[in-house]
Design a protein. Structure first.
Length: 214
C-alpha cells in the first residue's frame, strides 16, 4: 500500500491486489481550496462532507482503466470494492462530517475528514480505537486544532499518525502550521514524500508520526 498526501484532507491511496490496482481518493479538493485545479481519477472516492465549497464535485472525477466511473461514497454505511472495505460513521458536527474506517490489505485506516469536535461518542471511539493508521486534521479554523487533535490521538492510540489540514503553500484556508501539533505530541517526526507500508511493516511498540510532503 502506498499513501500520498495531496493537501488539506485529500489523500491518494494505491493498493495492489494480485494483478489489480485499486486507487482510493479522499476529499478531492476544488479550485477554491487554493491548491489548484486537480485532475483526479480513482476507483473509489470518499467524501467526509456532502457539501463543501473546498471539495470537488464528484462529477468532475474520472475513472480508471478498470472502472469507467469511480465508486463515490459520501454518507455513512458499509461498503466494499475490490477487497477494500469502508465503514462510514455519522458524526454530530455542524457540517455533518462522516468518519471512515478503511480495511485494506489487513491494515485499518481511520480517516476523520473535516472533523470539528474533539469529543467522539463511545460508538465512534469503539470503531476507531487501535487503528493502524490515523489521518487526522490538526490545523484549527473550523476543524480540530493541535491540542484537541493530540488529545484525540491519545484516546485512539494508532500505530501511525499522519496529520492533515494544516498550513501549506497555496491553501486558501488560514490553518495553523503543523509545528504546534508535533510539539503537542512529543513524538519524533518523520518527513516522507509517500508512505509505503504493509502489515508486516507496522510498528509494534512505538507510534510513528509521519509528515507527508505535498
Amino acid at each position: 500500500m502506498q499513501i500520498q498526501w495531496l493537501g488539506n484532507s485529500c489523500f491518494k491511496i494505491q493498493v495492489k491486489n494480485n494483478a489489480h490496482e485499486t486507487l482510493v481518493l479522499t476529499d478531492p479538493y476544488s479550485p477554491k481550496s487554493g491548491l489548484g485545479k486537480g485532475r483526479f481519477s480513482a476507483d473509489l472516492v470518499i467524501y467526509s462532507q456532502e457539501k463543501n465549497d473546498l471539495l470537488l464535485d464528484p462529477g468532475e472525477i474520472k475513472g480508471t482503466e478498470q472502472m469507467a466511473n469511480p465508486f463515490i461514497i459520501k454518507s455513512p454505511g458499509e461498503y466494499e470494492l475490490q477487497s477494500s472495505f469502508v465503514y462510514g460513521l455519522p458524526h454530530s458536527s455542524k457540517e455533518k462530517n462522516t468518519l471512515y474506517v478503511l480495511s485494506i490489505e489487513d491494515i485499518k485506516i481511520a480517516f476523520l475528514g473535516l472533523l470539528d469536535k474533539k469529543d467522539l461518542s463511545s460508538k465512534e471511539l469503539e470503531a476507531i480505537e487501535g487503528v493502524d493508521i490515523l489521518l487526522i486534521p490538526v490545523g484549527g479554523k473550523n476543524i480540530l486544532n493541535a491540542a484537541d487533535a493530540a488529545k484525540l490521538v491519545n484516546e485512539i492510540e494508532p500505530r501511525i499518525i499522519i496529520p492533515m489540514c494544516y498550513k501549506t503553500t497555496g491553501t486558501s484556508v488560514d490553518f495553523e502550521t503543523v509545528d504546534r501539533f508535533v510539539k503537542e505530541m512529543g513524538n519524533k517526526k518523520e518527513e516522507l514524500d509517500k508512505l509505503k507500508i504493509s502489515k508486516k511493516d507496522l510498528p509494534q511498540e512505538e507510534t510513528r508520526l509521519i509528515l507527508l510532503n505535498i
